[in-house]
Design a binder for this molecule. Structure first.
Ligand code: UD1
Length: 432
């Protein structure tokens, strides 16, 4: 029985106990993409018919989205990695701020709600640990489609303007290629009257996945994956049976687990071109990359430092910046990492420093002098991808580390420790 003193020292906080100096071998299985699955679940609001989504990862973010759909009267059934959704009785409620704030994708419901019900009210998601994360592009897009939108008391209210029964097709030019804004407008415009064009659209694979599923539901969308997307609005969408793409960020994290432990491993399934920028950086670091169908094999050599800057797709993804920095912390030579997407995504730097990394931080640029090995320490992941960086650093460090911040990790990595343990890691989940 823990006494008061041990509890107050946080001994029983959920954490991973990770043995360092580890060697991995074998194949790591990649789950379905979190960011795709979330938005595909939202797209189910666009039809009364049943929709089946396969390859949905078992994550707390997905649990949160299920709760949101249930709150709006949607029927949801889950069986392993399959979700059955039927939004025939869709009724809108004002989503509690805690749900929206904790799960940014929930704000994207505004597009389908407006298209299906003619009105929507959703609290502004607000900022989060990694940055301010505005939604002005989403709102500008919806206004262009003919919605009347107000923001008052932290609540975004959108309705069809005047006597309009449907949104109206429009030409929309985004100031920045926001993934969420592109997805919000894509869903709203799919049921609008007339043709819409999105310029400077986000080109991320998750946007392409959404467009592909919408087309399978009867939408008429072309150009997704490029900077210009054209959407010919239709009156109704149907149900469909769809499979989520593999998670490129989880796959990238696994490749980095191979690189940081100097272990040859295979990561599958993946869509290799979704990871082009990451694979290039791994090659530049001295890793050999072999692509075999839906699998990628990494054969790490001597790791040397590289410079990288995060960018919208097809550039280097911000979501892999922290995990990649863990690798650069033990590379030969100097690396410079510049974060261009989020203003506060360097929380892992202080934790890596606690493990012996030599990093100077100037604003959003980190200058990393590689050291031969990190040393184990108790560390805390401050956001989803920092937590993953801590796990990677711990796998290669000397000694046994303790990684807290599992509430973040569990949002985006399905069974991370059991997947890594299957290929040779020694990770114990404790205190939960
Ligand atoms: C999505 C992903 C997230 C990823 C991010 C960037 C989901 C659920 N999440 O988030 O994992 O890190 O893409 O690849 O899919 N911006 C504005 N105005 C806006 C909207 C965004 O200036 O109205 C800026 C943001 O501040 C940020 C950049 O655009 O600097 C990218 O944001 P965005 O693409 O919107 O990210 P999300 O869709 O929220």
């Amino acid at each position: 029985m823990p006494n008061v003193a041990t509890i107050s020292r946080g001994i029983y906080k959920p954490h991973l106990q990770i043995e360092g100096n580890c060697s991995l071998s074998g194949e790591l299985k990649v789950s379905g993409a979190k960011n795709s699955a979330l938005v595909l679940m939202i797209a189910s609001l666009l039809t009364e018919e049943p929709l089946i989504i396969n390859n949905v990862p078992n994550l707390t973010d997905i649990d949160g989205m299920v709760d949101i759909l249930l709150a709006m009267g949607v029927k949801v059934k889950r069986n392993l990695d399959q979700i059955n959704i039927k939004a025939d009785n869709l009724h809108h409620v004002e989503l509690p701020y805690e749900l929206v704030h904790g799960l940014r994708a929930s704000f994207f419901c505004i597009g389908p709600l407006l298209a299906r019900l003619g009105k929507a009210k959703i609290p502004l998601p607000g900022g989060c640990r990694i940055g301010a994360r505005p939604v002005i592009e989403h709102i500008r897009g919806l206004k262009a489609l003919g919605a009347f939108v107000t923001v008052e008391h932290g609540l975004v209210s959108a309705s069809l303007a005047g006597s309009n029964k449907r949104l109206k097709g429009a030409h929309i030019v985004f100031d920045c290629p926001s993934v969420g804004a592109t997805e919000t407008v894509l869903m709203a415009a799919a049921l609008a009257e007339g043709t819409s064009t999105i310029e400077n659209a986000a080109q991320e694979p998750e946007v392409q996945d959404l467009a592909k599923m919408l087309n399978q539901m009867g939408a008429k969308i072309s150009g997704a994956g490029g900077p210009q997307i054209i959407i010919e609005g239709v009156k109704n969408l149907q149900g469909c049976n769809y499979k989520v793409i593999p998670d490129r960020i989880e796959a990238g994290t696994f490749l980095l687990a191979g690189a940081i432990t100097h272990s040859k491993i295979k990561v599958a399934p993946v869509i290799p071109h979704h990871l082009s920028a990451v694979l290039q950086k791994l090659r530049d670091c001295g890793c050999t990359i072999q692509i075999e169908g839906e699998g990628i094999i990494i054969i790490p050599g001597e790791i040397t430092g590289v410079d990288l800057t995060t960018q919208p797709f097809p550039g280097f993804p911000t979501d892999l910046q922290a995990p990649f920095m863990a690798l650069l912390a033990i590379a030969n030579g100097t690396s410079i990492v510049t974060e261009k997407i989020y203003e506060n995504r360097m929380q892992h730097v202080a934790e890596l420093q606690r493990m012996g990394a030599s990093i100077r931080l100037q604003g959003n640029t980190a200058v990393i002098e590689g050291v031969p090995q990190l040393s184990a320490a108790p560390v805390v992941g401050g956001d989803l991808r920092s937590s993953a960086a801590m796990v990677l650093a711990s796998l290669s460090a000397k000694g046994t580390s303790r990684v807290e911040g599992l509430n973040h990790l569990d949002r985006g990595y399905e069974n991370l420790e059991s997947k890594l343990n299957k290929v040779g890691a020694n990770i114990l989940r404790k205190g939960s």
